[in-house]
Design a binder for this molecule. Structure first.
Ligand code: CAA
Ligand code: NAP
Length: 240
């Protein structure tokens, strides 16, 4: 049974991904950071072990990954899903809002992937799936920090894919559009209804399960020829 680790794996897109991977036969670990109650509820309902650490802190990632590997075995599938928003128009963004988003959404990929990379190289197998965003592809007013981090995730994906290719390690990115999770529900209602929903040709928000399905596909042994790719899943909102 292959071992998969999903960061931010206890709610939203991450929770759907943890469950979908479990249903596909993986031995799954779900990381979380702030919301312990939700994580423990998720552990009970999904039957998936949860592990707390901060993906924006390298040493915490090294220690957290060691705990997961001691319990479940070497990580073969890593889903870098944890992410945050600190939305504000650029003239109002604080240095803290800038660095919080860069440290979690971009540096988090380095902090999580670097400690598992040598093991994947040694074993000659690995799957890394990075959850970027439509707004890393097209940019979004009010999200200069987030768009910069998510665009950075795409450069990370492409460069690392080239390094992993001859070791049977694939590195891919998914760019979800607007998905019905708490992250999107935090957008002011008038902004969501007047400025965002009308731009989605499919006419609705996506569901977390619609992203999870693509993660399971990319994680599979059969997806070994797909690497460095960017998968847009956005209801037709942006055709890259
Ligand atoms: N495009 C261009 N200009 C915009 C704009 C837009 N989408 N939205 C607002 N503006 C302009 C307004 O017209 C206004 O202009 P003036 O100052 O000239 O009048 C100015 O920006 C300020 O607008 P607000 O009064 O709305 O400003 P605010 O400070 O109250 O709120 C905001 C700004 C927090 C960015 C708010 O507009 C917002 O939340 N927007 C949504 C941003 C967004 O899409 N976030 C995605 C979150 S979900 C996610 O991140 C997941 C994912 O990957 C898709
Ligand atoms: P969400 O519902 O807000 O959940 C975010 C998850 O990330 C939570 O599990 C949270 O843990 C975890 N997390 C945040 N900071 C962390 C940290 N420092 N260390 C460890 N875990 C951390 O978000 P979502 O909508 O499911 O988004 C998941 C990913 O998809 C994010 O990367 C987001 O940018 C991306 N995305 C979302 C959308 C969308 O429309 N929803 C679109 C495109 C891309 P706690 O539960 O402990 O707080």
């Amino acid at each position: 049974m292959r071992v998969a680790l999903v960061t931010g794996g206890t709610r939203g897109i991450g929770a759907a991904t943890s469950i979908a991977l479990k249903n596909a036969g993986y031995n799954v670990a779900a990381n979380f950071y702030g919301d312990e109650k939700r994580a423990f509820d998720f552990r009970e309902s999904a039957g998936i072990p949860v592990f707390r650490w901060d993906v924006s802190n390298y040493q915490s990632c090294v220690e957290g990954i060691a705990r997961v590997e001691a319990e479940l075995g070497p990580i073969e599938v890593l889903v870098n899903n944890a992410g945050i928003t600190r939305d504000a128009m650029f003239h109002k963004v604080t240095p803290q809002q800038w660095s919080d988003v860069i440290n979690t959404n971009l540096n988090g990929l380095f902090n999580m992937t670097h400690p598992v990379w040598n093991g994947m190289r040694d074993r000659g197998f690995g799957r890394v799936v990075n959850i970027s965003s439509i707004n890393g592809q097209k940019g979004q007013a009010g999200q200069v920090n987030y768009s910069a981090a998510k665009a950075g995730d795409l450069g990370f994906t492409k460069a690392l894919a080239l390094e992993g290719a001859n070791k049977n390690i694939t590195v891919n990115a998914i760019c979800p559009g607007y998905i019905a999770t708490e992250m999107v529900m935090a957008i002011p209602e008038n902004v969501l209804h007047e400025r965002i929903l009308p731009l989605i040709p499919v006419g609705r928000l996506g569901s977390p399960a619609e992203i999870a399905r693509a993660v399971v596909f990319l994680a599979s042994d059969e997806a070994g020829f797909i690497t460095g790719a960017t998968f847009s899943i956005n209801g037709g909102q942006y055709l890259a």
